[in-house]
Design a protein around this ligand. Sequence first.
Ligand code: AMP
Length: 657
Amino acid sequence: MDAQQEVEQLHRELNEYNYQYYVLDAPTISDYEYDHRLRRLEELEAVHPELITPDSPTQRVGGEAVSAFQPVKHRVPLESLQDVFSFDELAEFIQRIQASVRQAEYMVEPKVDGLSMALEYRDGVFVRGATRGDGRAGEDVTENLRTIKSIPLKLPDPVSVIVRGEVFMPRTVFAALNEEREQNGKTLFANPRNAAAGSMRQQDPKVAAARKLDMVMFNIQWVEGHVFLTHMETLEWLRRMHFRVIPHTPAKTVEDTVAAIMDIGEHRTRYAYDIDGAVVKLNSLADRARLGSTAKFPRWAVAYKYPPEQKQTLLTDIVVQVGRTGVLTPKAVLEPVHLAGTTVTSASLHNQDYITEKDICVGDTVLVQKAGEIIPEVVSVVREKRPAEVKPYHLPHVCPVCGAPVVRDEDGAAVRCTGAECPAQLLRNLTHFASRNAMDIDGLGPAVVEGLVDAELIKTPGDLYHLDVQSVAQLDRMGQKSAKNLIDAIERSKQNDLSRLLFAFGIRQVGQKAAKLLAGQFKTLDALMDATEEELTAVPDIGAITAKSLVSWLHSPQSVHLISVLKDAGVNMREENGPVGGRLRGKTFVLTGTLSRFSRAEAGARIEALGGKVSGSVSKKTSYVVAGEEAGSKLDKANALGIPVLDEEKFISMLSE
Ligand code: AMP
């Protein structure tokens, strides 16, 4: 078999396995075997790039990022649906149809709360996908759609067709994504639909790919060479073409229709997606064509909207959880209540702002519902039921796990524990401490850190320096040799410059760059610990927020403890590297008078940052005197000694040269 034949065969096989796995939920080969063949295909394509086709399974991982989505005019408009909010309105719709269509039959489908898309296939190959936009024209999101595994890149038949469906984020994926965002102090997506929309708008398909979107089809917009009589037939055909197809229930009367709608509503958790209603559509395509559309909606379909299920319950307590990144999350403890299929006992209150905005107090009766059908949320307080005495709630000022002070993110609502040794953040702190740009301890990745913590060999970064080969070698998959290597790497890390150590502490706002600037300026950790916020902000590029965060961290009892443990272990706390730049090395400056744009301390720091020195008195060794307004005797002395004098303008241009 030549390369071309093998590539084609792999395309066929892998697309088929993909379909079995993602659409049918019935894989016939193991993941291992699948990955193996995918790897083989990647190898062949690397050698023969001319054999890569758009329908190759390797093309799902996401191609180049785009700078803007191109407009696409829809061949057939993507229409909206008329909403109905009661069964009476539904009955009216059915009577209207019955008046002109004899023996009408309907299909009832869940209304997927996702993003409407049109997918175009030419001769069976997926060529383009577009958002609905205003219904007449949307945006080309082909590359992001390609990453959705349940979308066939190639159909079993070489047909040209445009299919319409809904892209959604499975609820389980949504829950995991939001949890991760909450941990990272990022704003949460309100529901799976918003999360899916955010993902489809990603200009880098790799990001979209990571969001694990899915798609379900419910319509043929246009097809070449096929004639269908009913909607049901089109759905069956779509299924044969390997699409995931919307579930559909036939109905003939108002009663049937209502029963089907109720069934969908009551069992909404069986769908992987959120629904925001049920769609009732006429089955006969000829009758649909006859009825046509109004300016906005087709006359042959309506969307029934379910009222969201909400219940009242008692909020008995608010507890605080500390996540892996130190974010404090308040959580409402609720009297158990049955809601949309499950018993709800708690709900995240996200942050202090959320609690304040909704005026939530312990002891209140609250109205709860499920966001995105799955995550319980407190909608509002039932004020009439508020007991005579309640206390407004405030997040604690110290971490409930370790007692260290908490700080609020400057750019968000999250409040974090600053504890250097907080058990809740241990894994993350240790992994960061050992990472490449921090203490650079080779062999101390997340898995080993976890092993060490689980075996209770370490509780704080300081404990690393008391490990011995014997105990480390006991860990799973470790062995004598790797244990020895690890201990050696830990030993070597003691020699690191202060800037690495400072970054390794994982202090909020103190990134690699700030750590370098600060270490370069203050040289020793002791000097840094003595520095005031004012002295810290005098360092160029160190702002007030960073200074504040650093001072509060350095002085918390946990940090003081950690630093003394590290010091005793022999960890270096000095910076040997000179300050960055060094353009003014060897030059001595004397400052006199008042500068308009700097304080003396700031001007001095700028000079030192460039390697220069600042002296208090003028002598023959002085290189420059910087003279501001109302300069005094130092200026006279400079003139007498013939030392160059800089006014503020000249000084600034020297700094920025
Ligand atoms: P509207 O939100 O009022 O514009 O309602 C129309 C939307 O419902 C369209 O964007 C469709 O993509 C979407 N939709 C979701 N599920 C279905 C379905 N089963 N049949 C028809 N449209 C649906």
